[in-house]
Design a protein around this ligand. Structure first.
Ligand code: F6R
Length: 246
């Protein structure tokens, strides 16, 4: 079992600073242009704010990476302002001037999802794999949109979102009825090959899942437990997220 490096923070602002320090250090020490996965969601917002601030203050090396998409809603037009691609564009990729050519993203309007899963898994391999995967965690232990029960071997998959996940995303969509029912995601079969993983977690809603991630049995019922089998994992979390002890 691998040990995970845990950095406990006391506020969302401190999470932003710690994550930005980690990211800056990673980019500075990387030989070349790394392939980086970035998550959407509320948790990484202070991190993105901090990175954009540093970039605008002259730390332009922070934009020296290729972006690999983690997940995306299905059945919405490409470019829809609610898509994860557009969301990440607004929050970090556009401010950091990551060109569209340097973004490997899903086709949210694809009709053949099996073909789209194969295409994206192949695109990640051809790009050279994942150098750094930055992920959040769902209250049910999902990583990306790998909901409980997801095989650890799938490279990418189409997924029916659980009600819990749809409720968690309802604020973003305005109301539950508008949240898409299906999504596409890089699978754990791809994510587990990341050279490094950084997970961000805040709030008591994540505490049970985070505790299982750290100390629970490795099983598909809690997808995030795959991290126990991986080296090079860092978790930045606040006190509430770390409040459930094993
Ligand atoms: C988003 C994603 C999800 C989120 C998770 C936590 O791209 O992959 O796994 O990271 O649902 O979301 P927040 O941060 O909103 O609690």
């Amino acid at each position: 079992m691998s040990t995970m490096n845990i950095i406990q923070v006391t506020s969302e602002d401190q999470l932003g600073v710690e994550a930005a320090d980690f990211f800056a250090n990673f980019i500075r020490n990387f030989d070349g242009k790394p392939n980086v996965i970035l998550p959407t969601g509320f948790t990484p917002l202070p991190f993105y704010k901090e990175i954009v601030k540093r970039y605008q203050n002259g730390e332009t090396y922070l934009g020296n990476f290729r972006y690999l998409a983690l997940d995306e809603y299905l059945d919405i037009p490409n470019g829809d302002h609610r898509s994860f691609a557009a969301w990440l564009g607004r929050e970090i990729l556009d401010p950091l001037n990551i060109s569209v050519d340097e973004r490997i993203v899903f086709n949210s309007a694809c009709t053949n999802t099996d073909a789209e899963c194969k295409r994206i898994a192949q695109a990640v391999k051809e790009a050279g794999g994942i150098d750094l995967a930055i992920v959040g965690i769902g209250g049910n232990g999902h990583i990306g949109f790998n909901e409980p029960g997801s095989s650890f071997d799938l490279e990418a998959q189409r997924i029916d979102l659980t009600k819990e996940t749809r409720i968690a995303n309802a604020e973003y969509w305005g109301c539950l009825d508008k949240v898409p029912r299906q999504a596409i995601t890089l699978g754990i079969g791809t994510l587990k090959h990341a050279n490094q993983t950084l997970m961000l977690a805040t709030g008591a809603r994540k505490a049970a899942a985070l505790s299982k991630t750290l100390h629970g049995e490795v099983c598909v019922d809690v997808p995030s437990t795959y991290l126990q089998q991986q080296g090079n994992v860092t978790i930045i979390a606040d006190h509430d997220a770390l409040s459930v002890k094993a």
